[in-house]
Design a protein around this ligand. Sequence first.
Ligand code: ATP
Ligand code: AH0
Length: 379
Amino acid sequence: METVAAIGLMSGTSLDGVDVALIETDGERVAAFGPHATYPYAPDDRALLVRAIEEAAPLTDRTARPGALAQAEAMLTARHGEAVACFVAAHPAAAQARVVGFHGQTVLHRPEIALTVQIGDGAGLARALRAAGLGPGATLVYDLRAADVAAGGQGAPLVPVYHAALAKGLDLPLPVLFLNLGGVANVTYVDGGADPVAFDTGPANALIDDFMKERTGRPVDAEGACAAAGRIDEAALARLLAHPFFAQQPPKSLDRNDFKAFVAEHAGLASKSIEDGAATLTALSAATVAAALPLLPQRPRAVVAAGGGAHNPTLLAMLAGRLGVPVTPAEAVGLSSDAMEAQAFAFLAVRALKGLPLSFPTTTGVPTPMTGGVSIPLQ
Ligand SMILES: Nc1ncnc2c1ncn2[C@@H]1O[C@H](COP(=O)(O)OP(=O)(O)OP(=O)(O)O)[C@@H](O)[C@H]1O
Ligand SMILES: CC(=O)N[C@H]1[C@@H]2OC[C@@H](O2)[C@@H](O)[C@@H]1O[C@H](C)C(=O)O
C-alpha cells in the first residue's frame, strides 16, 4: 500500500475524551502529520465508563457485555462517530482518509489470564463513519490487541512500533526513551537498530486523577499545582515502591486500576492534605519510571515525554530529578503529546492492513512479531 491518509481514534485510561488524529503514512514512516483534536466526554459519559470498568472486573469472556457494559459500548461508539463527524467538518481533508484505526476503550486488562477487553462496536462505527462522509472503500480496523493476547503476548503496549518510526526523524542522541504519561505510564526504548523494547512502568495520572476527584471534585491536578505545594511522604513512597511489579523484568503491562487497592492500603492518603497526597502520588509516578531504567538494555541518552502528563510541570520536574537523563516534552522535538496515541492507532491500522507486525517479543512478549486487528470495509 502506498502512503495513505489515515485517522486514528483513541480513548485512553484517563477517560478524558476521544482523541482523533490524521496522518499520512505507509505504515513504515510518517509522511505528514495532519490535524488532531480531543472531544471530551461529558461528566455523565465519563461516569458511565467508570461504572463499566468497575463492572468489567469479574469478566472472563472478552465478548460479554453485562450490566453497564452494553450501554457504555453504545455510548462510546456514538461518541467516536460524533467525534469523527466534528473532525471532518473542521478538517474536510480528513474525509479522504482511506484507513481508520479504532482502539475502543479498555475496560479490563488481565494479561496473566490472556484477557484484554476493549469495548467499541466496529460495525456500528463503520456506519457512523459513512454517515460522516468517509468511504466508500475506506477501511476501519479495530480490536488491535486481541491477536497479540491470543498468541501469548501482553496485548500492550502497542504504540512502540510507532515510537520507533518517530525516532527515525528526531535529532536526539540514541538510545532514546519515549515515555507516555497517560493514566498508566509506559516506555519505549529505541536504539535505532533492534526492535523497540517496551513495557508499562506503573501509574502516571490515573491515581492522581482519582485522588483529586475524590478530595476536590475536580478530575485533574491542573499543572501539578497541588503536588507542587505538597510534601512527599518518603516513608509511604518507599512502601509503595516495594510492590514487586516495579522490579519485575519485562514484558509486563497494567490495568488502569492495578494499584488502586495497594495504594489505598499503603499510601495513608486519608490522613494527608490534598497537597501532600498529590505530591506523594506524583512522586510515585516519577519514581516508578526511574525504577524502569535498570530494566532497559542500556541507559537512554534522551527521554521524550508525551501523553497528558507531559503538561504537568511538577511531574516533569520530579522525573528530571529522578531519572538523571534530560526529559524533553514531545512538543520540543516537533511532536504532539496529545496526538501521539491517536496517531499511533492510525499508523497501526495501516500496518494491520499490510500484514505488518504491530507487536514484538521485545514489546508485548509475543513469541514472534505479530500483526492484528479486525477490518471492516466501509460500504
Ligand atoms: N495541564 C495539565 N496538568 C496536569 N495534568 C494534566 C494536564 N493535562 C493533562 N493532564 C493529565 O493527563 C491525563 C490525560 O492523559 P492522556 O490523554 O495521555 O491519557 P490517556 O491517553 O487517556 O491514558 P493512557 O495512555 O493510559 O491510555 C489527564 O487525566 C490528566 O491527569
Ligand atoms: C490495555 C491498555 O489499554 N493499555 C494501555 C494503557 O495506557 C497506557 C498503557 O496502559 C499502555 O500499555 C496501553 O496504551 C497504549 C496506547 C499502548 O498500547 O501503547
